[in-house]
Design a protein around this ligand. Structure first.
Ligand code: ADP
Ligand code: MG
Length: 692
C-alpha cells in the first residue's frame, strides 16, 4: 500500500494526480495521511434566526435570491451578492472577487456556509463565507449529518469530491493497514490502532474519537521524529573521541588576562564543556545563550583546551564580517600568550583568500593551532593534521548538512554548537534530541538594560533626535532597513536611498556609512572596520548586521519598518547594542499595521530577555516557522505540535530510547513495520543503523 500510486484510485487521472503531487501526495498511503485542516459539525446546523453578530457559524440554507454585481471603482474587483435563508429567517451574503460563484447561486440551490456573522447597514450578513453546494436535495452520509472534514484543496477538487476519494481509499485500504506502533507500546499509552485512527481523523464518529485519533497520529509523528535523533546520540556514545587535558597554564594565563571576570553562568557552562572534553566520548553540545551573554569567550577557552592538548581547533561563523571579528578579537586576547615557548598560531579563512594554498598547507602540516573562518572551512581541499575541537557559531545560519561536514575533517572531534535563539529547556531537549545542552542564562555584570521605544512612522524625527543627542556624546548608532532598494508597492524605505537622504539632510553634520549585502565582502569589511575605528558615527544597514557584531560604543539603533521583521530577528538586531557599560536605546519605527505586528512590538518594548522573546515568537509563529522546517525534520510533523503536546513528545522520546536500547536496528518482528516507515520518511536512517 505504501508505494501504490494514487493514479490507481478510481476518479484520479494524470491531471488530478499532478495537483496532488504539488501537495506532496504521490502514494495511497500519503493520501491517507493527507489530513483535514478542520472539521465542521454538521449534525446540528445553526438556525438563521439564532445567529448573533461576531460569532462563527455553519448554516445550511437555500438560495433565495442570487445575483452578481460588479463594481469598477478599482479594476478587476467584483462583488457577488446573494440572499439565503432557512425556515427561520433570511441572511445576506457577499463574496469579493469570486465572480464565477454567480453561476452556482441559483435560486433554490442548497448550500452549506461557514463564516463569521457581521452587521452591515444594520443587517446581519456573512462576508466571504466558505461554501459547499449540496447535490440536489440529497442528504448523503458523507457530507451532511455528521462531523465533516474540511481539507486544503488540491487544484481540481471540491470538498465533496475529495471526501469521496478519501472515503473510497479508506474503505479499500484500511483493512490492509498494518500498525507500525508495537502493540505493547500502544497499550502503555492507550493509543488507538492505526486503522481506527486514520478513519477517525478523516471521518470522526464523534469528537472524542477524533481527539484520540489525533493523539495517536501525533504520537507516531513524534516517535518517527525522535528515533533518528536518539539513534544518533546512542551511536555517538559508542564512538571514541579525543580525551583532552582540561586544566593547564595556558588556560589560567588566558583567563587571568581577560579584562573581566567570567560570570557564574559562563563558569558553569565551561565546567560542562570540560567534562565532555576530558571524556573519551565525542562531545556534541549545544550552547544556548542570549545575545551578548558571552558565548565567544567560552568557546575560545574550549579551543585553547584542544590546543594545549596538542591538537587543532576550528571556529566557523556564518558571515565573513563575523569571522573577521572573531579573528581580530581572539588574536588580541591571545596576544602575548605563549605555549611551549612559542606564540599561538591563528589563521583566518573566508573564501577569496589570496594565500589560500599556503594556509591550507600550514593547516595540513599542523602549523596552525586555530583556524577561524566561514563555510570556506568546508572546502574539500582543506584537511587538518589533527583536528579535535570544532565551534559552530550561530548554528541556525547553517544547514544540517553543512554542520555535519566540518567534523568529518577530524577524527570524531568534539563539537560545540552555539545559538543565540534560546528556547525553553524541555522543548530544546526534545527538539535537539541528539545534542547535550548548556545554557548561559546570565548577562555579564554591569550591563544596563537597553531601553526600547516604539515610534509611529510620522514621529521618525523623534527617533532621529535621540540618535543625534547620543552621537554628540561621541557614541555611535545604527539604522536598519528591511531592504536595500525601496519598494513603492509595499511602501517601505530602502537603505540606499535613505542613506543619501539622511546624509544630505537630518544627519549632515555626521559621518555616515552604508553597508548591505550587494556590496563586495571586501567593501563590507572596510565599512565595518571604519565604523569600529570610530571613523564613522552612523551606520545605515540592512540585516547583514544581524548576528554577532560587537561594538560596545554603539548605543543606538533605529529599526525602520520594524513590522517587516520577525520577533526573534528584532531581538537579534537589538543585541548589536547594549554591549558595553553605557545606556543603549533601541527605537522601533512602525505603524503596526497588523495585530501580529502589534504583538511583536509590545513584546520587544516589554522585555529584553531572549528566553521570553523566543517563547513569544514560538507562540506567534508556531514551531515549524520558528525553527525553519528543514532544519529539524519538523516538516514531518503535520499535525503534532511540540508546543501544545509537550507531554506526548516526551513520552514518545522515552519510547524511542526504550526501543533502541532494546533493538537498535529494529530487526525484531514487532518493529519491522516501524522500521519500514522510518526508512520511507528518513532514507538516511539506514546509514545511521549501520553505524550503530
Ligand atoms: P554572544 O554570546 O552574543 O556571542 P559575545 O561573546 O560576543 O556574546 O560577548 C559580548 C561582549 O561581552 C563581548 O565584548 C565580550 O568580550 C564581553 N564579555 C564576555 N564575557 C564577559 C564577562 N564575563 N564580563 C564582561 N564582559 C564580557
Ligand atoms: Mg556571538
Amino acid at each position: 500500500m505504501q508505494t501504490t500510486s494514487i493514479q490507481y484510485l478510481k476518479g484520479i487521472g494524470p491531471k488530478r494526480a499532478k495537483s496532488f503531487t504539488l501537495r506532496g501526495v504521490n502514494t495511497i498511503e500519503e493520501l491517507l495521511y493527507y489530513f483535514p485542516r478542520r472539521y465542521e459539525d454538521r449534525t446540528n446546523f445553526a438556525k438563521v434566526a439564532q445567529l448573533e453578530e461576531g460569532q462563527i457559524y455553519t448554516i445550511k440554507v437555500q438560495v433565495l435570491l442570487g445575483a452578481q454585481r460588479n463594481s469598477w471603482r478599482r479594476r478587476r474587483f467584483s462583488i457577488t451578492e446573494a440572499k439565503v435563508g432557512d425556515n427561520t429567517g433570511k441572511l445576506s451574503c457577499i463574496w469579493f472577487n469570486q465572480p464565477y460563484l454567480g453561476d452556482y447561486l441559483k435560486i433554490g440551490a442548497s448550500v452549506i456556509l461557514y463564516g463569521k456573522v457581521e452587521r452591515y447597514n444594520g443587517k446581519l450578513q456573512m462576508s466571504n463565507p466558505e461554501y459547499e453546494f449540496l447535490d440536489s436535495q440529497d442528504e448523503d452520509s458523507l457530507n451532511v449529518g455528521r462531523i465533516v472534514p474540511i481539507y486544503t484543496l488540491p487544484q481540481g477538487f471540491s470538498q465533496r469530491s475529495l471526501r469521496g476519494l478519501i472515503k473510497n481509499a479508506l474503505d479499500e485500504f484500511l483493512p490492509k493497514v498494518g500498525d507500525p506502533l508495537p502493540f505493547d507500546l500502544r497499550a502503555r499509552h492507550n493509543l488507538l490502532n492505526l486503522a481506527q485512527s486514520l478513519l477517525n481523523i478523516h471521518f470522526p464518529q464523534d469528537l472524542i474519537l477524533q481527539k484520540q485519533a489525533h493523539t495517536r497520529i501525533s504520537f507516531e509523528e513524534f516517535l518517527l521524529f525522535q528515533l533518528p535523533l536518539v539513534l544518533r546520540k546512542l551511536n555517538r556514545k559508542e564512538r571514541a573521541g579525543t580525551q583532552h587535558m582540561v586544566e593547564g597554564k595556558l588556560l589560567d594565563d588566558f583567563i587571568s588576562r581577560l579584562s573581566f571576570e567570567l560570570t557564574g553562568a559562563q563558569q558553569k557552562v565551561l565546567t560542562e564543556i570540560k567534562a565532555d572534553m576530558a571524556s573519551t566520548q565525542a562531545m556534541q553540545r549545544l550552547l544556548q545563550g542570549d545575545v551578548g551573554s558571552g558565548k565567544t569567550v567560552v568557546a575560545t577557552i574550549a579551543c585553547l583546551i584542544a590546543i594545549h592538548s596538542g591538537h587543532q581547533a576550528a571556529f566557523m561563523a556564518p558571515t565573513e564580517i563575523l569571522a573577521r571579528q572573531h579573528y581580530d578579537k581572539i588574536s588580541s586576547q591571545l596576544d602575548g600568550l605563549t605555549f611551549k615557548g612559542r606564540k599561538l598560531r591563528l589563521a583566518l579563512l573566508v573564501g577569496q583568500d589570496k594565500e589560500k594554498q599556503k594556509i591550507f598547507q600550514e593547516i595540513k602540516e599542523g602549523k596552525v593551532d586555530l583556524v577561524i573562518g566561514t563555510h570556506a572551512l568546508l572546502q574539500e581541499e582543506l584537511s587538518f593534521k589533527n583536528l579535535s575541537f570544532i565551534v559552530i557559531d550561530e548554528q541556525h545560519k547553517f544547514g544540517v548538512g553543512q554542520r555535519a561536514l566540518l567534523p568529518k575533517k577530524g577524527n570524531n572531534p568534539d563539537v560545540l554548537i552555539m545559538t543565540a535563539t534560546p528556547i525553553p529547556r524541555t522543548l530544546a531537549i526534545t527538539l535537539y534530541g541528539d545534542l547535550d545542552i548548556s545554557v548561559i542564562n546570565q548577562l555579564p555584570l554591569g550591563r544596563i538594560p537597553i531601553k526600547t521605544l516604539q515610534f509611529n512612522h510620522a514621529d521618525s524625527h523623534k527617533a532621529y533626535a535621540l540618535v543625534k543627542q547620543e552621537l554628540k556624546l561621541g557614541r555611535q548608532a545604527y539604522i536598519i532597513y528591511p531592504v536595500i532598494e525601496e519598494s513603492y508597492a509595499l511602501d517601505i524605505a530602502g537603505a540606499k536611498k535613505m542613506f543619501a537622504e539622511l546624509k544630505a539632510g537630518e544627519f549632515k553634520d555626521f559621518r555616515l556609512g552604508l553597508i548591505h549585502g550587494k556590496l563586495k565582502t571586501q567593501e563590507q569589511s572596510e565599512v565595518m572596520l571604519k565604523f569600529k575605528n570610530k571613523q564613522l558615527d552612523l551606520l545605515i544597514s540592512t540585516t547583514i548586521l544581524e548576528v554577532g557584531i560587537d561594538i560596545p560604543n554603539a548605543t543606538c539603533m533605529i529599526i525602520a519598518s520594524a513590522e517587516r521583521f520577525g520577533l526573534s530577528q528584532l531581538h537579534q538586531l537589538r543585541g548589536r547594542i547594549g554591549r558595553g557599560k553605557l545606556q543603549s536605546f533601541c527605537m522601533l519605527v512602525s505603524d503596526c499595521p497588523t495585530e501580529d505586528a502589534k504583538a511583536r512590538m509590545s513584546a520587544m518594548v516589554a522585555s529584553g530577555d531572549g528566553f521570553f522573546i523566543a517563547e513569544e515568537d514560538l507562540k506567534i509563529r508556531g514551531p515549524g516557522e520558528f525553527f525553519g522546517n528543514r532544519q529539524h525534520g519538523l516538516a514531518e510533523l503535520r499535525i503534532a505540535n511540540p508546543l501544545v503536546q509537550m507531554q506526548l513528545l516526551k513520552a514518545a522520546r522515552e519510547e524511542a530510547i526504550n526501543l533502541l536500547n532494546q533493538d537498535a536496528r529494529l530487526i525484531e518482528r514487532p518493529h519491522q513495520l516501524l522500521k519500514a516507515k522510518l526508512l520511507q520518511r528518513f532514507p538516511e536512517y539506514e546509514k545511521l543503523m549501520l553505524v550503530g
